[in-house]
Ligand binder design. Structure first.
Ligand code: FA5
Length: 339
């Protein structure tokens, strides 16, 4: 029995030595120490050993099991470590290589400008208003004192969906929607997309407007001028001047076009202001009493001030962009400048 055990130990040593993978050493463990392994088979043969020799043989078997266990575990540790070392070698990082850069996006210049304008007005006590881009003729025109077939409709070419439904041509539709639902005092600012069949360097078929509306008991054209002057000086700089020119909108009376002194040449005349020193940025006026009455607001008690500006035009002035179409081409080389 003693010889058998000694032989088994030699076989186990050889098998451990020849193990080069974890799978192999696991098989060795099972072969010698497993339930049906060689050592267990030897133990089963103990019944044939004479009684007096059994303690001695038992001791050999235990020593053999301890030794084989130690050898296989040591080999398992070595092989596991070797596997980790090999993986580390293969995955080694060359820290001198250039890193992979993830391109970060940025806000579109029109979004930057619109956010800035909204921030200025909300800091002056205005709240946000909104309305649908697919609008009823009633809100876009009729309630704003532009009846069907009235020549004033020619001022804004329109994408009609049906006779009554259209893509809104201006955010002034939000004025009507707000006034029928809200009691004065009203102070709202409404950014949104609008649509007209226009297309050239300063006109786009889709563009953004920001509408402002104030309805209160004692408001005048002077308040409108002061409000727009404060706004313009915050958007550009404190030397910016505001000029009102008489104009016509069916929903305001009087109506004005509002020019700002050119922020690039400060009134001297340059390419951006086409040599005039002034840049037109919005239409405005005192809300026509007919519009207040159409919306259920007592025009004898309340007055309204309204204005609507084009976001792309302001972005062009602010960033010196000569052609509006660049804003819609999504050329990343251009957009990167606004990071
Ligand atoms: C209006 O749309 C009026 N609803 C503005 C208004 C509101 C007047 C409240 C009085 C009271 P107008 O059509 O002028 O007005 O457009 C206003 C601004 O939108 C223009 O000053 C211009 O900056 C911009 N705009 C007009 N058409 C286009 C276009 N096709 N592409 C880009 N911007 C445009």
């Amino acid at each position: 029995m003693k010889e058998k055990i000694a032989k088994l130990i030699e076989q186990a040593k050889l098998a451990v030595e020849q193990s080069h993978t974890l799978a192999f050493i696991n098989n060795v463990k099972v072969k010698f120490l497993g339930k049906n392994g060689e050592l267990t088979q030897l133990l089963r043969g103990m019944k044939d050993v004479p009684q007096e020799e059994r303690p001695m043989v038992g001791k050999y078997v235990n020593e053999a099991r301890d030794l084989i266990t130690e050898l296989t575990e040591e080999k398992t540790r070595q092989l596991a470590q070797a596997e980790i070392d090999e993986k580390m070698m293969k995955e080694s990082v060359d820290i001198t290589l250039d890193g992979k850069n993830t391109e970060r996006g940025s806000l579109h210049p029109c979004t930057l400008v619109a956010n800035e304008i909204v921030d200025i007005f909300t800091s002056l006590g205005f709240t946000l208003g909104e309305g649908p881009e697919i609008e009823l003729d009633k809100f876009c025109f009729q309630m704003l004192n532009i009846p069907p077939d009235h020549p004033a409709r020619d001022m804004q070419d329109t994408f009609y969906i049906t006779d009554d439904i259209l893509l809104r041509t201006h955010t002034s539709s939000v004025q009507a929607r707000t006034m029928i639902n809200t009691k004065p005092p009203i102070r709202i600012i409404c950014p949104g997309k609008v649509y007209r069949p226009d297309d050239d360097a300063t006109h786009s078929p889709m563009f953004q407007q920001i509408e402002g509306l104030v309805v209160d008991e004692k408001v005048t054209l002077c308040d409108l001028k002061g409000l727009l002057e404060t706004f313009a000086q915050r958007l550009f700089d404190s030397s910016t001047k505001v000029r009102f020119r008489p104009s016509f909108f069916p929903f305001t009376e009087p109506s004005v076009e509002v020019d700002l002194s050119c922020s690039v040449c400060h009134g001297k005349g340059c390419r951006i202001c086409k040599g005039t020193g002034w840049i037109e940025i919005l239409g405005a006026g005192v809300v026509n009493p007919k519009v207040l009455d159409n919306c259920g607001i007592d025009s004898k008690k309340y007055k309204g001030l309204a204005f609507g500006l084009g976001v792309e035009r302001v972005a062009m002035i602010k960033y010196g962009i000569p052609d509006m179409r660049i804003l819609f081409e999504n050329d990343v080389r251009f957009l990167k400048d606004f990071k």
